[in-house]
Design a protein around this ligand. Sequence first.
Ligand SMILES: Nc1ncnc2c1ncn2[C@@H]1O[C@H](COP(=O)(O)OP(=O)(O)OP(=O)(O)O)[C@@H](O)[C@H]1O
Length: 224
Amino acid sequence: MSSGKAEVVSARGIVKAFPSAAGPVAVLNGVDLALRGGESLAVTGESGSGKSTLLHLIGGLDVTDGGALAVLGTDLRTADDRARAALRRERIGMIFQQFNLIPSLTVAANLAFQARLAGRHDPARVAALAGALGLSQLMGRYPEQLSGGQQQRVAIGRALAGQPPLVLADEPTGNLDEATGDAVAALMLDLVRQQDTTLVLVTHSLRLAALCDRQVHLHAGRLA
Ligand SMILES: Nc1ncnc2c1ncn2[C@@H]1O[C@H](COP(=O)(O)OP(=O)(O)OP(=O)(O)O)[C@@H](O)[C@H]1O
């Protein structure tokens, strides 16, 4: 479907181990993944299978122990902390289960936050996103004055406001009831498709995974 577009994520043979009392335990043990521009990919897998670990590696929040990983043309094997931080700040939007909004900032300022960091703040874009996410009437509120579903819609808007080519979402609806979670996920998918953003969505929900273009399952350290 997206053939001919540049590869956004290219992973080959990724290995990641964590220390344990019994020595290093490999959580990822040969993960291969190729993701093209505009694709949405769902990553499912049992609790503890390494889904968040994989997302953190793709987002440059952690580094691999082995294998090849390039994201948006940056070789994450060789990139230093500074280069990884720049990649995250300027080209990747992240959405977490816990929303991670900034409590001292209004909805409007939270929405603009990442786009400002990336040097791409566009008030018209923020207003349009707020409209699409049903947040226009809430722009002056603070996160603690919002419901969980509203907070997560702000987090989605914040991740998308700077129009990053890649969005990483880690159980974005895990804290919401099923109906709210489904509605928020559908909005997120609509928006990433509209702006041709590549999405990696970690989820326990097979229903949510089915909304994505492709699904992979993480098991025994590998994707299938
Ligand atoms: N920083 C760390 N230090 C040690 N072990 C870690 C660290 N991060 C993750 N792990 C271990 O790696 C494994 C995979 O964790 P990860 O959070 O990636 O799984 P997950 O599939 O996202 O799980 P869940 O669905 O429960 O969120 C777990 O056994 C976890 O305890």
